[in-house]
Design a binder for this molecule. Sequence first.
Ligand code: BTN
Length: 326
Amino acid sequence: MPKSILLPLLADGEFRSGQVLADALGVSRTAVWKQLNRLATESGVAVESVKGKGYRIKGGIDLLVEDQISAAMAAPARALLGELRIFDSVDSTNAEAMRRAQQGCASGLVVTAESQTAGRGRRGRQWVSPYAGNLYVSLLWEYSQGAAVLEGMSLAVGVAVSRALQACDVGGIELKWPNDVLHQGAKLGGILLEMTGDTAGTCQVVIGIGLNVSMPADAGGAIDQDWTDIKTVTGGQHPGRNALLAALLSELLPLAAGFEQQGFAHWRQEWLELDAFAGSPVILNTGASQLGGIARGVDERGALQLETTTGIQPVYGGEISMRPAP
Ligand code: BTN
């Protein structure tokens, strides 16, 4: 019996007896009990058991529900949506979207999941992806004019994430070049673009976004940098993962559909207004070398404008990290 069948029956946080659950699912009470035990070990979802009352998930659980997401999306974005695929668990939503791209899946496919077993971050890092706490989403889109016209796209996605959060009354978002989503200096989300196909012609882009919504403390302990989540930022006053995902897709689908024509120039001013490091001394680590200077925003291609002793140097590429200078 998959979790996705049993969990919705307990999602509201109310007690249900073993018999009620067993009847609803057409299985034995022992099968229900076994599955609830597995939930705790496999997903970290704690199910409370009280004699005479039954089982409950204390505080409930905010599961992803396709109808709720689709109903809450803005109409223009809904018109651009192809398939919305919700996995209980997947290795990586980006990896799944890439596999589907290679099988010929078209623009508008959205892959999301309650958990990822091998969530991918930038620079080969792992993206911590516990069950039903955060958002992990990937959008596939096909372009015909090659990779060059897609420069700056990951920065534009950061702007779209900020807009979506603002629409859900989650303010104070800042962006760190090239594509970290921050709140008061702590990482709230990350963006990972991957590409397949012909970089000089028809190519498919997967736009992956991870957003910390309600990160369990034990899972968060595995993150090697300062992080936060939407629950902390809002004191728990947010509309829930389905509404947050709908808001995200409402911004993301039109961005993906229009980017080839609009380019980053369309998004640049808004990015500059969200720039966490504008005018700050920074050190760029390229892995092989370090370069110090003052961050002076980005140009129309999304390249960081680094002011050094020899003048402004544009910095391209996504394999660079940035830290405030000591
Ligand atoms: C970063 O390192 O900041 C980028 C993190 C991107 C994580 C998201 S979660 C959804 C999608 N699937 C993945 O495996 N990675 C991206």
